[in-house]
Design a protein around this ligand. Structure first.
Ligand code: A2P
Length: 307
């Protein structure tokens, strides 16, 4: 649980964090308190998860209950695409900052490489009257990134690092042409069925840390019933989830989500797999390649490549 990765800001990011997407108010508080008491030191939320008030409150209470200080915990949130026009970026940040109410935010990410019209209401991926998505292609990632850089430069007491989420190599290639600050993190879906090794290698070459969301394959994951994973799990007397996460945290930081107390604890009880076991798991995407999170933005977002 003490394992950390280094960011290009000089800060460290814990290898395991608690994911809170689909963790509703009323349940997320217990999950966070369980996680922090069990030794998790990273909590991941987003404006779009609609739980930042509860997440912030639970973090403040858990720090006090466990005799911890603010600096002991790493908190990530994300700016929703309706705040991607440059003049909306500071407003979006301020809302998350106020909702979380935890002195400062360790990392804020541009949630998707797609901007949405702010007129469409703050959450979800709304459709226009004609059924198409209300995406603002004129607001490119580079434009929003420049605004986030400015915000960061003038608010370092409130915001410690900036990054992106759901970025593929072509989108980075474009962004890095104009970026003054290299994103500290790219948070993407990563698990044995979608390992994205090429993206991982690319990010490493640019000094961008990668964090895995949905490291278990999200809700109703077919990954948990995988035969190869189950065999490795039996051999170690661990659950399939623990094997998947043990594979995951050796290559990136990971954000397993659970609102179940026993699972939150078990998901942090990980092992070192042998090189041969890692190799077996590395092969799985070749026959079972699958991306579980594929929201319909109406414009292409992902490289359709599980390598
Ligand atoms: P729950 O919150 O009810 O535990 P991911 O982290 O890939 O997004 O996966 C989260 C999904 O996997 C959630 O549906 C979560 O449900 C479930 N989950 C989390 N931990 C475990 C576990 N150890 N075993 C089985 N399912 C799990």
């Amino acid at each position: 649980l003490n394992k950390v990765y280094k960011l290009n800001t000089g800060a460290t990011i814990p290898a395991i964090g608690l994911g809170t997407w689909q963790a509703p108010a009323g349940e997320v508080e217990t999950a966070i308190k369980t996680a922090i008491a069990a030794g998790y030191r990273h909590i991941d939320t987003a404006f779009g998860y609609n739980n930042e008030v509860e997440v912030g409150k639970a973090i403040r209470e858990a720090l006090a209950e466990n005799g911890l200080e603010r600096k002991d915990i790493f908190v990530t949130t994300k700016l929703w695409p309706t705040f991607f026009r440059p003049e909306k970026v500071a407003e979006g940040f301020q809302i998350s900052y106020d909702r979380l109410d935890i002195e400062y935010i360790d990392l804020i990410l541009l949630h998707w490489p797609v901007a949405l019209s702010p007129e469409q209401g703050p959450v979800g991926i709304p459709r226009k009257a004609d059924g198409t998505r209300d995406v603002e292609t004129s607001v490119t990632p580079s434009i929003t990134w420049a605004a986030l850089e400015k915000l960061y430069e003038s608010n370092k007491d409130k915001l410690k690092a900036i990054g992106v989420s759901n970025y593929s190599i072509p989108i980075f290639e474009d962004l890095l042409k104009t970026a003054k600050i290299v994103p500290a993190v790219n948070q993407v879906e990563l698990h044995p069925y979608n390992p994205q090794q090429k993206l991982l290698d690319y990010c490493e070459s640019k000094g961008i840390h990668v964090t895995a969301y949905s490291p278990l394959g999200s809700t109703n994951s077919t990954l948990l019933g995988d035969e190869t994973i189950s065999k490795i799990a039996s051999a170690h007397d661990k659950t399939p989830a623990q094997i998947i996460l043990s594979w995951g945290w050796s290559r990136s930081s990971i954000l397993p989500k659970s609102v179940k107390i026993e699972r939150v604890k078990a998901n942090a009880d990980l092992i070192e797999l042998s090189a041969q076991e890692i190799q077996q798991i590395n092969e799985l995407h070749k026959t079972h390649g699958k991306r579980f999170i594929t929201p319909d933005w109406g414009v292409p977002v992902f490289d359709e490549d599980f390598e």
